[in-house]
Ligand binder design. Structure first.
Ligand code: IDP
Ligand code: MG
Length: 140
């Protein structure tokens, strides 16, 4: 299987609890390598643009407010089949349904404040990486 990249966000519930290191350690232990990382405070435009696919969902406005409620850490992760590997270590969207040992099962607060974002396809990974990073900010 090929080494590929995916996009990750450590969400505001994790920066607030000062567990960005713990989350990153779980990603690394799963076999993912952080090849780009920065801590930012999302603007409304960034949060709405990033989650634009969810614009019609009932939780959209709350989600945008949550993503702006504190700093986040945006990251590019590299590894074998990185999109699927990251989704596996993240666990299900709702932490109540997530497998033991996953980031969301162990650390998430709720279905909304669920600690991490991860791209859901290679195509979206490329779009999401380009949304936050210039090519020269990614060092593999
Ligand atoms: P994912 O993050 O596991 O890919 P998505 O369905 O893409 O899940 O939803 C994006 C984000 O929207 C979730 O990570 C979570 O923060 C939030 N979210 C999803 N479903 C709900 C919901 O039913 N209530 C509140 N927030 C939700
Ligand atoms: Mg998603």
């Amino acid at each position: 299987m090929a080494v590929t990249r995916t996009f990750s966000i450590i969400k505001p519930d994790a920066t607030r609890r000062n567990i960005t290191g713990k989350v990153t350690a779980m990603l690394e232990e799963a076999g993912l390598r952080v090849v780009a990382s920065k801590r930012i405070h999302m603007t409304k435009d960034q949060a709405e643009g990033f989650y634009g696919v969810h614009r019609e969902r009932p939780f959209f406005n709350d989600l945008v407010q949550f993503m702006m409620s504190g700093p986040v850490v945006v990251q590019v992760l590299e590894g074998e089949d990185a999109v699927a590997l990251n989704r596996k270590v993240m666990g299900a969207t709702n932490p109540a349904n997530a497998d033991a040992g996953t980031i969301r099962k162990e650390l998430a607060e709720s279905i909304e404040a669920n600690t991490v974002h991860g791209s859901d396809s290679e195509e979206n990974a490329a779009i999401e990486i380009a949304f936050f990073f210039k090519p020269d900010e990614i060092v593999g």
